[in-house]
Design a protein around this ligand. Structure first.
Ligand SMILES: Nc1ncnc2c1ncn2[C@@H]1O[C@H](COP(=O)(O)OP(=O)(O)OP(=O)(O)O)[C@@H](O)[C@H]1O
Length: 376
């Protein structure tokens, strides 16, 4: 495996009284595609700049393969950065832009030519080699920047929101290409983004950040299916989240079946969890909208692992491949439960559900989860 292991330990960085990074620790594996994900201002770029050597932490350490890199200037760190704003030389061609780092190192002409063409092929710019940046699309410019950042064969590529200046469709295409480039070069990628769908689709692992802290590190599946805190549950994907209080907790099929009181639902529900929960604990209950079933007839089973609420469709929203329904509950009219229904499944399920229909929303105890409300 190429690349290096990047270890960030207990890093803090303040600007005046403001803590941009607060005791951040992250270990990024060799060759991993690792994303720093969080809302604007959470400290992602500050952390990337510290790894790159453009900024310095007040406390803490950063190591590549266990070697302290903080004393080293950016150009001695085996890392290279791709910025949001391509930062190309406008007067140079694609070829000359990509060749630039090699010319700085006085590499011989023949080697330069072979390497530039290798990287031109990697980013699929064969037809644009002699164009100037002003003749390229945004996506093509960013590919030049990626090739230029890779040509010196760094061990870590740092990407600071590289796709954010592009339109949605192009972003998606370039993201797939970036993933393929990562597979081919095999080095460590650290990717900063505020876009959760980007991070979920390409990362080996993700660190979710908020207010200068890392809240959770995990695979996309872990982050989505088992968010550690209320913030993570709400920031990644969409969710129905309500504060709740634990009423009982009993062993159930190698897990625990937990009854909780949910004031917003004016009722009690069941949740299964691999961890026991303390009676009386105040937690947050979350269920993803795609895990909630919606039907005009009551569900056939009344098992206590199934949570069912009667309500009225307050707002159906058609969005192409799926519909969203906001269901106002009969027993708690100020609460809406959000439901996503894919149309392929929906059509098999029977008649269309429309505005003002009386419906039943239900989910199993295994579909919901409890999180500690540590963000509030
Ligand atoms: N040089 C600086 N001086 C003062 N405050 C700064 C400086 N650099 C960053 N900050 C502040 O630190 C916080 C974190 O900034 P950072 O750029 O790391 O956030 P981010 O998560 O990358 O956000 P964005 O997605 O908007 O770039 C922000 O509130 C920002 O205003």
């Amino acid at each position: 495996m190429k690349g290096v292991e990047v270890t960030v330990e207990r890093v803090s960085r303040s600007y005046g009284d403001f803590k941009a990074l607060n005791d951040v620790s992250v270990k990024i594996n060799k060759g991993e595609f690792f994303s720093l994900l969080g809302p604007s201002g959470c400290g992602k770029t500050t952390l990337l700049r510290i790894i790159a050597g453009f900024d310095y932490p007040d406390t803490g350490s950063v190591a590549f393969d266990n070697k302290d890199i903080l004393p080293l200037p950016p150009d001695k760190r085996q890392s290279n950065t791709v910025f949001q704003t391509y930062a190309l030389f406008p007067h140079l061609t694609v070829y000359e832009n990509i060749a630039f780092p090699l010319r700085l190192r006085r590499v011989d002409k023949q080697t330069i030519e072979a390497k530039v063409m290798e990287y031109v092929r990697l980013v699929q710019l064969e037809d644009h080699v002699y164009k100037k940046p002003s003749m390229l699309s945004g996506g093509q410019k960013q590919r030049v920047a990626i090739a230029r950042a890779l040509i010196n064969e760094p061990s870590v590529l740092l990407l600071d929101e590289p796709l954010s200046a592009l339109d949605a469709k192009l972003r998606q295409n370039l993201l797939v290409e970036l993933d393929q480039i990562h597979d081919k070069v095999g080095i460590t990628f650290i990717y900063v983004t505020h876009d959760q769908s980007e991070a979920l689709s390409v990362s080996d692992r993700i660190a979710v950040m908020n207010k200068g802290k890392v809240l959770q590190i995990g695979t996309p599946y872990e982050i989505y299916e088992a968010p550690a805190t209320r913030f993570v549950a709400q920031f990644i994907g969409e969710s129905n989240s309500f504060p709740c209080k634990v009423l009982s907790c009993e062993p159930f099929e190698e897990e625990y079946l937990i009854r909780v009181d949910v004031p917003a639902l004016q009722g009690e529900i069941s949740v299964t969890d691999s961890q026991p929960q303390e009676i009386g604990a105040n937690l947050d209950f979350t269920v993803r909208p795609e895990k909630v079933r919606i039907s005009t007839n009551p569900p056939r089973t009344t098992a206590k692992e199934l949570n069912t609420f009667k309500g009225v469709v307050d707002e159906p929203v058609y969005s192409g491949f799926q519909s969203k329904f906001y269901v106002k509950l009969e027993q708690a009219p100020s609460t809406q439960v959000k439901v996503f229904k894919q149309h392929t499944v929906f059509l098999e399920d029977g008649p269309d559900i429309e505005w003002k229909d009386t419906v039943y929303v239900s989910w199993t105890a295994a579909d919901g989860y409890l999180v500690k409300d540590t963000d509030r």
